[in-house]
Design a protein around this ligand. Structure first.
Ligand code: NAG
Ligand code: NAG
Ligand code: NAG
Length: 409
């Protein structure tokens, strides 16, 4: 190419490009058009918020906020606030997002990217969210050098990577989240969500990096996902109902937990209609866990675990109604949270601890209608056999290994 050809191309190509860009559908709001740089080190928060505001205010049918592929956008704490004009809005995350370094954060450190009061929200794409958790984990460890106190966030509040609050009908799919400072996703006061094909990872020893935390929400489906973190894969907290978890691979981490319910002050919590199906646990400290503080009232009922496999899991099936993470609760108190209608069917695999089933229920409100069928949990060590421990539980166990003495055969 000679100089003149290059010169002519330089004049023609940009106008041609802008025609192509203009030809993109009017309902697509690319963050690049709002000045986002995407070099991984410029704070693009303002551009994202401006793009969101225009998209959310658009009367088009299903407008889309687009985060283009091939770039990395750095964001501080951003809140995408609804309600939006259209009944359905989409955020297409094709590129990568990286959190502002910890030292540059302001005083509100509760959430990195959050959506509030948005209905009919679709968040999809193959992009990756990097919460840059290592700086925050270090802060947590320095604030509370005693590992058993990590759950206590005072001293070093850490943001959730992606939070949904007061939303209806969400679809979240495809994205990857790595190294969240605390929870990867939190779902709070949401009615209706499908979370599928997400991949959440953080190192096994990272503090409080739950995969998905659900509180005060209903009609939630989590499916076809991989969750490998330092804390619970999914935590189902108080105020939840109709939660399905299907085809999820969990581990490392602390397993799938209902709770902790109640608290050391005696809070009321309710949980019902939970289905965990076709899930695998590999190298987790717990498999299927229900935990309640000794103080607390309410109930957890209609909880079904079906077709579960364990490999190298520590506490495979555990109900702990004396949960007290930092030894700061009333000694010897008995929980008033009533657990009932809990089933374990088609549950098999291996444990590292010999007590494979531990039902430690409340002496004031015993667990009722626990049902086991087709449970077979063996020891990792081929020379050892597993056992069950059971107190204050009533129900039925058929074809269950190890034998659970307090349940009817
Ligand atoms: C959960 O699964 C049950 C049984 O398969 C189904 O009836 C229900 O609609 C599912 N709930 C959600 C929120 O997808
Ligand atoms: C669980 O493990 C089984 C057997 O290895 C496999 O067929 C299945 O796809 C796994 N499921 C998930 C959700 O990883
Ligand atoms: C049940 O919980 C009580 C109170 O924390 C504890 O002392 C006991 O060891 C637990 N039992 C089992 C089998 O874990």
């Amino acid at each position: 190419m000679d100089f003149y050809t290059i010169f002519i191309l330089m004049c023609i190509v940009p106008s041609g490009l802008s025609r192509i860009l203009d030809a993109s559908p009017a309902n697509v709001f690319s963050v690049l058009k709002y000045g986002a740089v995407g070099d991984g080190s410029t704070d693009d928060s303002k551009a994202f918020l401006n793009a969101w505001n225009d998209m959310c205010g658009a009367r088009y049918n299903a407008p889309t906020l687009e985060v283009p592929a091939g770039k990395t956008f750095m964001l501080g704490s951003v809140v995408f606030e609804g309600p939006c004009k259209s009944t359905s809005v989409r955020v297409s995350i094709l590129g990568n997002l990286v959190a502002l370094q910890m030292s540059a954060w302001g005083s509100d450190r509760s959430k990195w990217i959050s959506f509030a009061n948005v209905n009919g929200l679709i968040v999809d794409g193959r992009g990756q969210l990097d919460g840059r958790g290592d700086q925050w984990w270090k802060c947590a460890r320095e604030a509370k050098p005693d590992v058993s106190l990590w759950n206590d966030m005072s001293g070093c509040q850490r943001p959730t990577s992606l939070a949904f609050h007061a939303c209806k009908t969400i679809q979240l799919s495809g994205i990857t989240s790595i190294n969240s400072p605390s929870n990867h996703f939190s779902i709070n006061e949401v009615d209706g969500a499908t979370i599928s094909n997400v991949h959440l990872t953080a190192p096994e020893e990272s503090p409080n990096t739950d995969g998905i935390d659900i509180t005060d929400s209903r009609n939630i489906q989590i499916e076809e996902s991989i969750i490998a973190t330092g804390d619970d894969c999914v935590a189902i907290n108080g105020g939840t109902s109709f939660i399905n978890i299907t085809n999820v691979a969990c581990g490392p981490g602390h397993g799938i937990s209902v709770g902790s319910l109640g608290d050391k002050g005696g809070k009321e919590d309710t949980v019902e209609e939970i289905r965990v199906q076709n899930c695998n646990f590999t190298g987790t400290t717990n498999g299927l866990r229900i935990k309640t503080f000794a103080a607390g009232t309410g109930y957890a009922r209609k909880i079904h675990f079906d077709q579960i496999t364990f490999q190298d899991v520590k506490n495979a099936i555990i109900i702990d109604q004396y949960y007290c993470p930092h030894g700061q609760c009333e000694g010897g108190a008995s929980s008033n949270i009533r657990l009932s209608d809990i089933s374990y069917t088609g549950v098999q695999g291996s444990t590292t601890e010999l007590v494979a089933i531990n039902l430690n229920c409340s002496s004031t409100v015993p667990c009722s209608n626990i049902f086991m069928n087709g449970v077979n949990i063996v020891a990792d060590d081929p020379g050892s056999t597993t056992s069950a421990s059971c107190s204050n539980a009533q129900g039925k166990a058929i074809s269950t290994i190890p034998d659970v003495s307090c349940l009817e055969a």
